[in-house]
Design a protein around this ligand. Structure first.
Ligand SMILES: Cc1cc2nc3c(=O)[nH]c(=O)nc-3n(C[C@H](O)[C@H](O)[C@H](O)COP(=O)(O)OP(=O)(O)OC[C@H]3O[C@@H](n4cnc5c(N)ncnc54)[C@H](O)[C@@H]3O)c2cc1C
Length: 339
């Protein structure tokens, strides 16, 4: 494993923004990872695990530490033992540096039901559990059976079961505990799994009598290509903000000012699709200099060309300020800042 100096990070991110990493290394296996971590510890450097760079915003000043780009790859299929009639199925174990959509393709090709709604999400398998990715009514936590991590504190490899991962909306134990680096993830495909096309817009697109997992993937890809900008052509990190989750009392207060606020009830709380307010306050399609809000999707910020991190932050601060002043909703970024 080679440690490189002063590597520009912008090309390693889908936002195409950010300065240099003081040190940078490609991680192909656990030995590379241990060497990288030891280099950082011995030199008292901060370090950052980089996947596909599709959910990060890097500072214009770069990162004065070591970036470890995760490229540990493998996809293994295991057929699970059937002890009871409702048991069995397939377990797929994938390396953290595997491309997420390549994994989805390999499961869909085998006719396994579970990942198809998460088709075409950019990034890596490791980050999928860090961020608990979700789309079209499915979150990755529903498929995870265990996650293997390298614990920097103990320098040991350990396996965590689904419960221990503390999955929640776009977060997990791994997002909060920076000492845990994801190495492999095991996904379980149940024998009796059913296709999920409850999400509005999918069902009417499926006109066939017998719908296959490939048909669902095809529809999801079609919808995503219409809704999301192509990361090959334009800089973006997907949805910039998280949807706020508030109490029922806070929601009642909000409804007094905005009676038609869309919402989803989740246990005792209420999730607000914040794109609705960003759109309502006129930000959709707004552009200032090199940055702007996507014309069709109010949560997506765009780097039109050579935008700086500062420009993005100025825009997000303006949006969050207006939302807070008018609705009292405090919105947090989904995107991770690296500075
Ligand atoms: C066009 C577009 C569409 C998107 N659509 C969706 C969507 O529908 N649903 C959704 O949920 N997300 C979506 N995203 C966001 C993004 O794709 C996901 O969050 C993805 O999981 C990020 O993966 P990554 O490998 O690029 O992570 P990175 O951006 O490289 O890193 C994200 C975070 O994970 C950490 N990390 C990465 N790998 C590891 C590891 N092995 N161990 C420990 N920590 C690690 C990083 O340190 C960082 O904190 C979209 C993004 C884009 C650009």
């Amino acid at each position: 494993m080679k440690i490189q100096d002063n590597i520009l990070l912008a090309p390693y991110t889908t936002f195409k923004i950010g300065g240099e990493a003081r040190y940078f290394a490609i991680i192909k296996n656990i030995e590379d990872l241990k060497d990288g971590v030891n280099f950082a510890l011995q030199n008292s450097l901060p370090f950052f695990i980089l996947g596909g760079g599709s959910n990060i915003l890097v500072s214009d000043d770069g990162f004065d530490g070591l970036v470890l780009k995760m490229e540990i790859k493998s996809i293994d299929f295991r057929y699970l033992e059937v002890k009871l009639p409702n048991e069995g199925g397939v377990e797929v174990v994938a390396g953290a540096g595997e491309n997420w959509d390549d994994l989805v393709v390999s499961t869909v090709e085998k006719g396994l039901i579970g990942m198809e709604n998460l088709s075409l999400i950019p990034g890596t398998v490791g980050a999928s559990v860090v961020q608990n990715i979700g789309a079209f009514g499915v979150e990755v936590e529903s498929l995870v059976s265990w996650v293997e991590v390298f614990d920097i504190e103990t320098q040991k490899i350990k396996k965590l079961n689904n419960q221990e991962c503390n999955f929640d909306y776009r977060t997990s134990l791994f997002k909060k505990s920076k000492n845990l680096i994801v190495l492999r993830v095991a996904f379980q495909f149940k024998k009796d799994a059913k296709l999920n096309f409850d999400y509005i817009g999918i069902e009417e697109l499926l006109s066939k009598d017998k719908i296959t997992v490939q048909d669902v993937r095809d529809v999801i890809i079609k919808i995503r290509k219409e809704r999301y900008p192509n990361i090959k052509d334009i800089g973006t990190a997907g949805c910039f903000f998280q949807n706020p989750i508030i109490t029922q009392d806070e929601f009642k207060e909000l409804q007094k000012i905005f009676p038609d606020t869309p919402h989803y009830d989740i246990s005792e709380k209420v999730k607000i699709p914040i794109a609705w307010f960003i759109d309502k306050f006129g930000w959709k399609g707004y552009r200032k200099g090199n940055v702007g809000v996507h014309k069709d999707h109010a949560l997506i910020l765009i780097n039109y060309a050579n935008a700086s991190c500062e420009e993005v932050q100025n825009l997000t601060n303006e949006i969050s300020k207006e939302i807070l002043e008018k609705t009292k909703l405090k919105i947090e970024p989904e995107v991770v800042f690296l500075k």
